[in-house]
Structures are given as C-alpha cells and as structure tokens.
Design a protein around this ligand. Structure first.
Ligand SMILES: O=c1ccn([C@H]2C[C@H](O)[C@@H](COP(=O)(O)O)O2)c(=O)[nH]1
Length: 317
C-alpha cells in the first residue's frame, strides 16, 4: 500500500512513478508484463493543477485530455473520441467502447443522470454520505467486451465548506492512463463544486492495481530526473442547467463561446488538434500559440514533442 500527497498532478505522477519503480512487483495480466503496486491512495491537494507535464520525459496530448473529459461529461459513447486518440479503436466492440463512462454517469440504466442526483442529494443534505456516482456495472462488465471500465465510481463530500472527491479504480496504467484520468476527474470535481456553490477541496484517487507496462518503465525512471511543471488551470464553472448546451458548443466547434473563458480555450484546443489531424500544421501551431494559459503551452509542447511516426498517425497519447 502506498499513500502519496502532492499539490499538483505532475508531482503526484512523479512520486507515483518512483513508488511503483521501487516497490512494484512483476505481473502479466492479459500476457503483458507490468510492474505493479496493489493498493495506492494518491491525494491531490490542488485539483486545478491537473495537467501532468514533466518535459521532456512525459509530455501529454492536452487535446485528448480535454476531448476525453468533455466526451465523458456529455454522456457520450460516440466514436468521435477516436479522432483524438486512434489507440482507443482497438478496445471497441461493434465500433463502440462498451465501457464508456459517459452513458453510465449521465443515463445509468437508460435513465438516471447521476450528476443530477449528486447535485440534488448534496443540495438537500450538505453533510450527506450518499453522493455516489457508480460506473462499474456487473450486468454489462462480465460479458467479455474488450473495454471494461477501470474506474468503479466516484463519491463526493462537502466538508469544512469544500467539496472533497474520492475516485476508486480497479486498474490504472500510470503512464498512459493516469494523466488523462486525473484531468477528467478533477474537472468534474471542480464543476461539481461550482454546482454546489462551494470551493473545490482535496481530490483522492484510490487505485487497486497501479502499474507501469514494461515498455514505459525506462521513461518513468527518466521522469525522476526532471522538474515537473505545476501550472494551475484558471477556475472553470458553468451553471448546472447549462452544462449540456455548453458542452455541445465546445465539442461542435461553435465559435460563439465568450472569448477568454476556459470553455473558449477548450474549444480552441479541440479545433487546433482537428486542424493538425487535417494536415494544417501552421494553423494548428498558431491556434495553440493563441490559446492562453497552461493548455496552450501544453499543446505547443505536444506538437514539438511528436515523433515523425506520430506526426502521421496522431496515435500517441
Ligand atoms: O481509464 C482508464 C482505462 C484503462 N486504463 C488502463 C489500465 C490497464 O492497464 C488497462 C485495462 O486493462 P485491464 O485492467 O482491463 O486488464 O487500461 C487506465 O489506466 N485508465
């Protein structure tokens, strides 16, 4: 069991790499060699420092981070997400990621919007312990699909005037998965705090199997030699009744979003990456350059970091 606390996702990521490299044991689920720690509690004290950046050892694709977070929040399992990460296609059955979190969060069993349920629960009983979002679904997840949710669920608590969030994962690929998962969950955390009218508090990430695949172990070790970047994202909010409309605007590339807002920055990052994939490299670099804050910096870093192979496929996350 490892317990780690940090003020930024980058520092938490480095500390977790160190802990897994030091304490991990070899296991081979699905015939793939990993180094694994069973039982990890990772606490992020500032969920706005959600971008993992340890250049040049670990540079993430912020466009995929934004796209995946919005895809989940919007309740979607639509394959448009593959435009931002081709690797996901290989986990699809019948063209769809069967473990997609969005439909489970927003329409459990075809109907229950669990975000709405949490907003209602904590609005009516501020100290409640019943604000649960369930993702893992035994009625679907034993059918043998390739994609089985790694996240079991979320819980939310208002304590000392702040919203505390806990996530439980059965399985976490520290290298490829963690940077994107923490981005999505802490974005939900911050939005939920806004819906409840409280400050965002600590974020807790509980993982059963925290692992590194063998091919990423050297790069993970290299991260220990580099300084993390700890940029803080600007505060983001949207009124709960407007969430779906704003998400539709951002995802569809509607240019009507007010300039200077984080939602506008999200839209620019998505548009820039779409331009990149369409081969319009100069336009994409310009859009990244013109995107204010840590996201623009991260997207510029991503374009600079891409290898020639990834330049053609855009497949690397
Ligand atoms: O949100 C996700 C989804 C998947 N994975 C990783 C964890 C595992 O390495 C792999 C899924 O493999 P199984 O645990 O299902 O075998 O994908 C994550 O890290 N985060």
């Amino acid at each position: 069991m490892i317990v780690l606390t940090a003020d930024s996702a980058s520092e938490l990521f480095i500390a977790a790499c160190q802990a897994v490299l030091l304490n991990g044991r070899a296991v081979c689920p699905r015939d793939m060699v990993t180094t694994e720690v069973v039982g990890a509690h990772l606490c992020l004290t500032n969920p706005r420092r959600r971008l993992v950046a340890v250049p040049p050892a670990r540079v993430i694709n912020p466009a995929f981070a934004v796209a995946e977070a919005l895809w989940i929040l919007s309740g979607s399992d639509d394959p448009w997400i593959f435009d931002f990460n081709d690797n996901l296609r290989r986990y699809a059955d019948d063209g769809v990621l069967q473990g997609a979190y969005g439909p489970r969060i927003r329409r459990w069993g075809g109907g229950v919007d669990q975000l709405d349920a949490v907003v209602r629960k904590l609005s009516s009983d501020r100290d409640s312990r019943q604000a649960v979002v369930q993702i893992y679904d035994p009625s679907r997840d034993h059918r043998g699909y390739r994609d089985v949710p790694c996240t079991l669920g979320y819980r939310f608590f208002i304590r000392q005037g702040r919203l505390v969030m806990h996530t439980s994962m059965r399985s976490q690929d520290l290298w490829l998965g963690f940077p994107y998962d923490i981005f999505a969950t802490t974005l939900l955390h911050e939005l939920m705090a806004g819906w409840l009218g409280v400050e965002v508090g600590e974020y807790h990430h509980h993982v059963d199997s925290l692992h590194l695949y063998a091919e990423n172990a050297t790069a993970a070790a290299e991260c220990l030699q580099h300084q993390p970047e700890v940029a803080e994202m600007p505060p983001i909010s949207v009124a709960w009744p407007n969430l779906d409309a704003v998400l539709t605007q951002v995802i569809s590339g509607d240019s009507g979003l007010p300039g200077g807002t984080p939602w506008n920055a999200f839209g620019r990052v998505l548009a820039g990456y779409r331009a990149w994939k369409a081969g319009e490299r100069d336009q994409a670099r310009q859009l990244a350059h013109d995107t204010p804050g840590p996201l623009g910096t991260a997207l510029t870093a991503w374009y600079e970091h891409l290898t020639p192979a990834a330049l053609t496929t855009g497949a690397v996350a």
